[in-house]
Design a protein around this ligand. Sequence first.
Ligand SMILES: Cc1cc2nc3c(=O)[nH]c(=O)nc-3n(C[C@H](O)[C@H](O)[C@H](O)COP(=O)(O)OP(=O)(O)OC[C@H]3O[C@@H](n4cnc5c(N)ncnc54)[C@H](O)[C@@H]3O)c2cc1C
Ligand SMILES: *[C@@H]1O[C@H](CO)[C@@H](O)[C@H](O)[C@H]1NC(C)=O
Ligand SMILES: *[C@@H]1O[C@H](CO)[C@@H](O)[C@H](O)[C@H]1NC(C)=O
Ligand SMILES: *[C@@H]1O[C@H](CO)[C@@H](O)[C@H](O)[C@H]1NC(C)=O
Length: 368
Amino acid sequence: MSNTRKVVVIGAGVSGLTSALYLLKSKKSYEVTIVAQHIPGDIDIEYTSIFAGANWGSFADDHEIFLQDLDKPGYHYFMDLARTEPGAGVHIVPKQRYNRQSEMGKDGKPHDPWFIREKFVEGVRTLRKDELPESVGEDAKDPFVAGYEYQTITISTNIYLHYLLQQIFALGGVLKRKTIKHIDEAYNLHQSGERADLIVNCSGLLASKLGGVQDPEVHPIRGQILWARNSASKQISLKIPGFKDESVYIFPRKEGGCIIGGTFMPNNWSDVVDPGLAKRMIERAKKYLPELVDPNYEGNSTEIDVYRYNVGLRPGRTSGPKIEREGDIIHNYGIAGAGYQASIGLAEYVCQFAEEFYQQKSRGGNKL
Ligand SMILES: Cc1cc2nc3c(=O)[nH]c(=O)nc-3n(C[C@H](O)[C@H](O)[C@H](O)COP(=O)(O)OP(=O)(O)OC[C@H]3O[C@@H](n4cnc5c(N)ncnc54)[C@H](O)[C@@H]3O)c2cc1C
Ligand SMILES: *[C@@H]1O[C@H](CO)[C@@H](O)[C@H](O)[C@H]1NC(C)=O
Ligand SMILES: *[C@@H]1O[C@H](CO)[C@@H](O)[C@H](O)[C@H]1NC(C)=O
Ligand SMILES: *[C@@H]1O[C@H](CO)[C@@H](O)[C@H](O)[C@H]1NC(C)=O
């Protein structure tokens, strides 16, 4: 038996690929085989990673320090990548968040998220009144009264997932397209032909279905998104009163075009595009980010030019993402709407847990 560390990673979404890459990059003689039903290039409702926006905008509340810490390294990583790796499909854009009257605190001030308050992110500034959307029509009922801007990234998911894969291959990683019915099968799928020592479970939403795992806490948070050809110079996000599961977010991508969202519909597995919702999303995009349909702006179609209507299912988990080691299995799934921004923080945990596993193993511990 060779002396390498034989690891099988289940899943080739952003969680699995980043975990695999970080193990390989640690230069600790890992031999990593990724086993996945869906791989970069696939478009399938059961493969969440392709559908993400994807930006960095932490959802963690003030008291959710663990989640804040998971998101932190991703910010620096993606900002650096945008500046230094043109092949990664990541670019830097300002993001503007508009707050309505109903979102103001009791003190009449907006309750800004931790990364704005702490100026964790670059380029934080308060928006001037004239930079907020006009509060006419329906918006007069709950007008825009405040807003902030900061610098963030848009990740072109298809390009970025392939970029991860290229680096994995360059470091000797192996990808196998295969569906496993039970986690136990994973041990026998290592590239060496020998039994794997360690399994990393990055099965996303399908963790709810995988035999031997079937985590009852894992559930979909459905998001309908439009892929459009229109370009813009910034990201925006805001709430829509009266629509519990609907908001607006628009992320222009590096190669042109943009992603228009968004919905957050828990426990809905439907992959059917809701045409009424699509119409509302298009109207809102034109209203709140008019440069998308400004003929003087790059791309200059005067209508929202949708090339694909999509539904993606975020891998939600009731008590938060599962990032822990149980014996010779490291779990990394259930990261909901934060899979890209938290991918680096999660991969750092995977490396730490893997190191701990092999340390114990080398000390001859058989009760791992
Ligand atoms: C509309 C939308 C917008 C989003 N926007 C953002 C954003 O702006 N920023 C952000 O950070 N995140 C965003 N997300 C969230 C992000 O997309 C997810 O958190 C992330 O993609 C989850 O990745 P994953 O690798 O865990 O799962 P997945 O990408 O679903 O990958 C799971 C992998 O496991 C494999 N697998 C599962 N079961 C088996 C099995 N039995 N056998 C073999 N293989 C198996 C699958 O084939 C697949 O390869 C968004 C998501 C959606 C839907
Ligand atoms: C992945 O995690 C799920 C949820 O806990 C679990 O049911 C399943 O057994 C795990 N799969 C593997 C291969 O460890
Ligand atoms: C799921 O979403 C679709 C599309 O919006 C909707 O038609 C359907 O009623 C929803 N199903 C449930 C169970 O909420
Ligand atoms: C772009 O705008 C110019 C000027 O308004 C117009 O002549 C041209 O047809 C537009 N191009 C496209 C592709 O819409």
